[in-house]
Design a protein around this ligand. Structure first.
Ligand SMILES: [Zn+2]
Length: 115
């Protein structure tokens, strides 16, 4: 699709992960509530194909619930830094230090491959 010479700047959207500008038709819709079929009153966010591919391989079982909770307690006017800080606090509260978890995951993988 890239380099097809289309010039439809009006249709372009921005990837929420990397900030890349992508044509609407090449972007992936991202509904943080995980319910793409209920479109009423919603504004979708978008991911470029690359980021969408990367994100989908990550386990994120409760991510959306956490994000919605953080959003609920973060003022509308909050900067993204404030939001990120609130998010990090919430994640630490719930799951503890992600570094520790990553080491655990590595250990699990090693154990599996030896079996
Ligand atoms: Zn992207």
């Amino acid at each position: 699709m890239f380099g097809s010479g289309r010039d439809q700047a009006d249709d372009d959207v921005f990837c929420i992960a990397c900030g890349e500008r992508v044509p609407r038709g090449d972007a992936r819709e991202y509904d943080k509530e995980g319910d793409r079929w209920n479109r009423h009153g919603k504004e979708f966010e978008f991911l470029c194909v690359d980021c969408h591919g990367e994100l989908c391989h990550q386990p994120r079982d409760e991510l959306e619930a956490v994000l919605c909770d953080v959003e609920a307690v973060t003022p509308d006017a909050a900067s993204s830094e404030t939001f990120a800080a609130a998010y990090q606090r919430e994640v630490l509260d719930r799951y503890g230090d992600p570094e520790t978890e990553r080491r655990d995951a590595d250990t699990d993988t090693d154990r599996d491959s030896r079996r």
